[in-house]
Design a protein around this ligand. Structure first.
Ligand code: AHM
Ligand code: MG
Length: 337
């Protein structure tokens, strides 16, 4: 596919390669692109249209919601609920799976999304993003229930994110590599700007919230200590560190110039009875699909993320993803205990 082609053309071409495809998948990805364009416009305008700040409510995770968390969630439901491409929707911002409009036709796909990831960044004008994961509804299921969404990441038919940064970019995979599209705001279309993105296997850059270091488990402490020891340490090279606190921006940097991202398990979470910070269905699985498709790897430290059989729609997991060799080293440290 040539650089500069539209996202719509790209999707139509991709679907042509799938036997028995009906155009529903193309329609669905177009709906997602429409939602992301709307969110991009809202994020761009920010304070001019009064969308910044707290909404004064909490989501199912007990986190304070921003006004934009709620608005962007509605944008997604509006764009995907009525066109007959999705069978069901689930959002990080909603306790239960979304009730689909009674009078609207239904498609065959399940879409899980985090409409505005990294939203703590929105009020300080730092990059945020949308993440989505697409599964097939089980055969014959017209009105999917929560358990129909609980499929391992390996079952995803597509996943992607939209990064609202200096440019708005849509990055996605349908299992045939990773493509990057940039929104041409004059033209109103996402245009292909990078084809078949690959992550270098080696890196000298890591991303982790260092303020949690005293709570980490031994293997994670060991890995970071060795990175920090630099040229004189066992790794024999100096490392650089970045932490945007916006997973979409973090993953995008790794796809663009390499690196490894970690949000590991820690004793603070253990004490609260949670199994990690990031959500398996809305964040970890879609990002793992993209990273693996770009030649990287993704694990909890102990198992491949996409192999996990989900137990709950809002389940959390530890996440280590990025450069293959680094992820393998971190996995080895976890296996050694
Ligand atoms: P959110 O979905 O509530 O925005 O939380 C997810 C975000 C990730 O984008 C980011 O990697 C992480 O939370 C940052 O967490 P912390 O503030 O603990 O560094
Ligand atoms: Mg999130």
């Amino acid at each position: 596919m040539h650089i500069g082609t539209t996202l719509t053309n790209y999707i139509i071409e991709t679907q042509r390669g799938i036997q028995g495809a009906t155009g529903e998948f193309t329609g669905l990805l177009n709906d997602i692109a429409t939602a992301c364009k709307k969110i991009s416009a809202l994020v761009d305008k920010g304070d001019l249209v009064g969308v910044l700040g707290s909404a004064g409510s909490e989501n199912v995770q007990g986190e304070t919601q921003k006004k934009l968390d709620i608005i962007t969630n509605e944008v997604f439901i509006e764009a995907l609920g009525y066109n007959g491409h999705a069978a069901g929707l689930a959002s990080e911002e909603m306790d239960e799976i979304c009730e689909m409009p009674k009078d609207a036709p239904r498609g065959h796909y399940l879409v899980l999304f985090d409409p505005l990831d990294g939203s703590s960044n929105i009020d300080v004008n730092v990059s945020v993003g949308t993440i989505f994961s697409i599964l097939k509804a089980p055969e014959g299921v017209k009105d999917p229930k929560t358990e129909d969404f609980l499929q391992p990441g390996t079952k995803q038919v597509a996943a992607g994110y939209c990064l609202y940064g200096p440019s708005t970019m849509m990055v996605m995979t349908t299992g045939k590599g990773v493509q990057m599209f940039t929104l041409d705001k004059d033209f109103g279309e996402f245009l292909l700007t990078k084809n078949s993105v690959q992550i270098p296997e080696e890196t000298q850059e890591f991303a982790i919230n260092m303020s949690n270091s005293r709570f980490w488990e031994g293997p994670m402490k060991r890995y970071i200590d060795e990175c920090l020891a630099g040229k004189e340490g066992p790794r024999g090279k100096d490392f650089n560190m970045r932490w945007v606190a916006s997973m979409v921006a973090e993953v995008h940097r790794i796809l663009s110039r390499g690196g490894v991202f970690m949000y590991p398990m820690d004793s603070k979470m253990q004490a609260k009875g949670t199994a990690g910070k990031l959500r398996l269905m809305y964040e970890a699985n879609p990002m793992s699909f993209i990273i693996e498709q770009a030649g990287g790897a993704s694990t909890t430290g102990r198992e491949r993320i996409m192999d996990i059989s989900p137990e709950g729609i809002h389940q959390r997991v530890p996440v280590v993803l990025g450069a293959k060799n680094e992820v393998e080293l971190i996995t080895r440290y976890h296996n050694e205990g």
